[in-house]
Design a protein around this ligand. Sequence first.
Ligand code: KG4
Ligand code: ZN
Length: 356
Amino acid sequence: QSSPVILGIETSCDDTGAAVVDADGNILGEALHSQLQIHLEHGGIIPPIARDLHHKHIQGIVNMALERSQCELKDLSAIATTVKPGLPLSLSVGLKYSKQLVKETSKPFIPIHHMEAHALTARMVHNIEFPFLVLLASGGHCQLAIVRNVDDFLLLGSTLDDAPGEAFDKIARRLKLRNIPALSTVGGGQAIETLAKEGNSQAFNFPTPLSKYRDCNFSFAGLKFRAYKIITAEEKKHDIIGDLILPNVADICASFQHAIANHIVKRVHRALLFCELEELLPVNKKVLVVSGGVACNHYIRAVLKLVCDHIDFELVCPPPKLCTDNGIMIAWNGIERYKAGIGIAENLDEVDIQAK
Ligand code: KG4
Ligand code: ZN
């Protein structure tokens, strides 16, 4: 048996992704269709629209990934597909398509947990041993966990309300950043990061969420509501109506991004200290992996780097393309499971999607 090669398929949210990856982490072929533009026009993801777009593109995306990899279906060792967590309508498209493909090819099927895939991607591009600490921050999640093995995650904390990417997206919408031509096609987090570079991060005060709670959970709803309040007050002050943009929008973006970064870093710092105290990580190589769409943010990366340097942790961020949703991370998780001899579904008919 030659080295395993796996096709990964991702449809948990608003990206239709497929990729063929080998056991050494070589990306043999990949393809991605993002629904971002359509969802930006609707002011957010509307699940039936997401489902229809996955349905429209999945065949083409899988074919493209296979063609680019110069592999044929018969060359695959297995097919791996996201089955949880995510939007049920979106997940269903990927699973239904995959089941059909598995039946036609008689290949083994490996159901994948989307968040585990985000966490393990770092091992595809960096030499990281278990256990390590991971922060996953995206449009739907914020979690801190110790990754003890391919299928063994110890959850230390998660968000009690919004996800950070969701807060970025909502504030970007409230600030009407899509009306700024240079930012009209990028997501909310990226738009805020871009404007924040020209703003003063101390211009507006934000509270520190959960400061009384000695745990590793997160909360972003309070920061979001504070931002709404600031924006409404500033609009009043500057007589802003309709599609007009606030003159001090960059200051609001910089202050909001700083508040989000500050909260994330404080909670991560707690987790790092906890891991040290309890000796949960190898003494000679303590690694923090940061992934998910929000991990693309350079400001957040920079503050995390400061904390990691301070207490002798190595910070590992996969390249931005691997931080946001894609088929590569699903294929790689398939490889990790295949190599560990776990995760192949015994009965295809029993595999189902799970929202959470
Ligand atoms: O991981 P991802 O592609 O999809 C989810 O599983 O949610 O993450 C998308 C989220 C969006 O909310 C987006 O605004 C955020 O990641 N994001 C960013 C940046 N790039 C993407 N947030 C802050 N700064 C960025 N540069
Ligand atoms: Zn994701």
